[in-house]
Design a protein around this ligand. Structure first.
Ligand SMILES: Cc1cc2nc3c(=O)[nH]c(=O)nc-3n(C[C@H](O)[C@H](O)[C@H](O)COP(=O)(O)O)c2cc1C
Length: 337
């Protein structure tokens, strides 16, 4: 692409500042949530451009053969980086999937023009967690749900709250998907790989972040049958929880990327508003479950991921965070591949 209108860094000192700000944004993106904490992305910096690339070694071959959740996770990292740039007073300019000959090039991110700094969602990057414990009995306020719908729409994605009538069928779809994932050897192998990582790997999903089964409207997912979950569920019941699904108009890579950007925006917005969430992705990982969910919703749209959203029982009691890779692992500087 020859359009250089996004360029704001032409003097050498300014180029250096642009690199610093982009590097900082990519470091904030290390906090991004990803499927099974695979963190399936890499960044490369060239002048005032940060390239976001898929890391294929971190794709889930059986659970995610088409790369839906891979691109969705990359979309989350992209929106986290943009959020960090905006907090620093730069608008950010993104070219999404800019080169058909390089499908692993997810995006080019440029610093863009100056804008009013926006700190709200930036602070949420460091406060956000996946909270798998049951939430309080109270419903999330309607004004918050409206704000979350608006956050999704900014990315061309719809956030659909399931009705009480739909919820039992949604629970059935999640339950069957969970059983299928452990009955199928290759699906179970993906789960095993990412739930048995060592501390040195700095990735994957440890048992200390997962909760044992309790009575709730939608059962908690089983990640590893051989490892008992270690996070105490607490007194919540999930009776006030909003079960939502992010929907896209298409079922192709650009839509999966947009769904990730929307999920990042929704999750940071809800965190900033004092709510908590955890994704439900088994319902889209198993093809038959994905079809059943689409039928249940009866929409001319495609389910990208489920998300349970609720009021935390004790806002001061954050759940533990799994490890993240280091910046040097994820960020290639000029001259490095
Ligand atoms: C695409 C995607 C799918 C996910 N699927 C699930 C899921 O089905 N169940 C769940 O409990 N957490 C799910 N998660 C949450 C991740 O496991 C979590 O983000 C990761 O372990 C990092 O932890 P953190 O979010 O607390 O930083 C998903 C996250 C993403 C981005």
């Amino acid at each position: 692409m020859n359009d250089r209108s996004h360029r704001t860094a032409d003097a050498p000192g300014d180029t250096r500042a642009a690199v610093d700000q982009l590097a900082e944004a990519t470091l904030a993106a290390l906090r991004a949530p990803s499927v099974l904490n695979t963190q399936p992305w890499r960044w490369r910096l060239f002048g005032d451009t940060a390239e976001l690339l898929v890391d294929r070694d971190r794709q889930l071959p059986a659970l995610d053969p088409d790369g839906r959740l891979l691109l969705l996770s990359c979309g989350i990292a992209l929106n986290h980086a943009l959020t960090a740039l905006r907090a620093g007073g730069y608008a950010g300019v993104v070219e999404r999937l800019p080169d058909d000959r390089r499908p692993d090039l997810v995006a080019r991110l440029h610093r863009g023009s100056r804008c009013a700094p926006d700190q709200r969602n930036y602070n949420a990057i460091y406060r956000r967690h996946t909270d798998r414990r049951p939430f309080a009995d109270v419903l999330p306020p309607m004004a918050d749900l409206d704000a979350l719908r608006a956050a999704a729409v900014r990315h061309g994605v719809h956030l659909r709250v399931l009705t009480a009538t739909e919820l039992p069928s949604f629970a059935d779809i999640a339950t069957v998907a969970d059983v299928v994932e452990h009955a199928d050897r290759s699906l179970a192998a993906d789960l095993k790989r990412w739930t048995t990582r060592t501390p040195e790997d700095q990735d994957g999903l440890p048992a200390r972040t997962t909760t044992p089964p309790t009575e709730r409207p939608v059962p908690a997912r089983t990640f590893n049958r051989a490892q008992p979950p270690r996070l105490a569920t607490g007194p919540g019941t999930d009776r006030g929880t909003a079960y939502t699904v992010l929907l896209t108009d298409q079922d192709e890579p650009r839509a999966w990327l947009a769904a990730g950007e929307a999920l990042s925006d929704v999750w940071l917005t809800l965190t900033a508003r004092g709510l908590a969430a955890s994704p439900i992705s088994e319902v889209v990982e198993v093809a038959s479950a994905r079809r059943a969910l689409r039928n249940l919703l009866g929409e001319d749209a495609y389910p990208a991921i489920g998300l349970r959203i609720g009021v935390p029982v004790d806002p001061a009691d954050a759940p533990p965070s799994p490890a993240r890779r280091s910046g040097t692992d994820v960020l290639g500087l000029p001259g490095q591949s």
